[in-house]
Design a protein around this ligand. Structure first.
Ligand code: ADP
Ligand code: MG
Length: 212
């Protein structure tokens, strides 16, 4: 479950953002829509505990993110929240496999190479297991980023514009993949987008109005 109440965030003094309350149940799939600059990425970062709200709170699986110390929050995020950023970023010196293993270690989970291999297989990128991130195409990097976000079987999956750089075929594939993975773990899936192609695919939608 993913919920917010009276959430507000301020960048400096001049950008004050406020967000509609959200309540997403376990297993539901949500789309977060809004024009560029409406605060979609900021909201995703607040939901993932990467930024701290000025006012209000985020509840993930019954836990208030505000109630956690920084250390506890980092561990909680690793265990319960999978985030796919707009632009994938990895540890360049590590292989794809090592990057995923690191995500398991950081969440205090045992390294499970079978899980890593199986996920990469599902995403048709397991032949890159021993490659460095720089040796992958953008599409492959994106699939590895999805694998990394899912490796710890998160209860909440957040994806920031996962389809904006993709053609229609790959757009469908990525959305299907995220939906399948969310369904397997009964996770809550929230996709942030300004991609109109996704609009009919999701029953639940949050629309951010232009702010300021
Ligand atoms: P979106 O993802 O919908 O395009 P963002 O959440 O990135 O929107 O941005 C929302 C608003 O916050 C915009 O006005 C943007 O300029 C501002 N903003 C985003 N990041 C920063 C930052 N690091 N410092 C200052 N202002 C920012
Ligand atoms: Mg954004």
């Amino acid at each position: 479950m993913l919920a917010t109440k009276n959430l507000k965030y301020t960048y400096n003094d001049d950008v004050a953002l406020s967000f509609p309350d959200i309540e997403c149940q376990k297993g539901e799939r949500w789309l977060l829509l809004g024009q560029s600059g409406s605060g979609k990425t900021t909201l995703l970062h607040l939901l993932g505990g990467l930024r701290t709200a000025k006012d209000g709170d985020v509840i993930v699986n019954g836990t208030s993110l505000k109630s956690l110390t920084q250390e506890a929050l980092d561990q909680f995020r690793g265990q319960h929240i999978g985030i796919i950023f707009q632009k994938a970023h990895f540890i360049k010196a590590l292989t794809v496999e090592e990057n995923l293993a690191l995500a398991q270690s950081l969440a205090d989970k045992p390294i499970d190479r079978n899980r890593i291999k199986a996920l990469l297989d599902r995403l048709n990128v397991s032949h890159k297991l021993k490659s460095k991130p720089d040796q992958l195409s953008i599409g492959e990097q994106q699939r590895v980023a999805i694998a990394r976000a899912l490796v710890n079987k998160p209860a909440v999956i957040l994806a920031d514009e996962p389809t904006s750089a993709l053609d229609d075929v790959n757009c469908d594939e990525v959305v299907q993949l995220l939906e399948q993975q969310a369904a397997e773990e009964n996770a809550t899936l929230l996709i942030v987008t300004h991609d109109g192609r996704l609009k009919e695919k999701f029953e639940h939608q949050i629309i951010l109005n232009p702010q300021v």
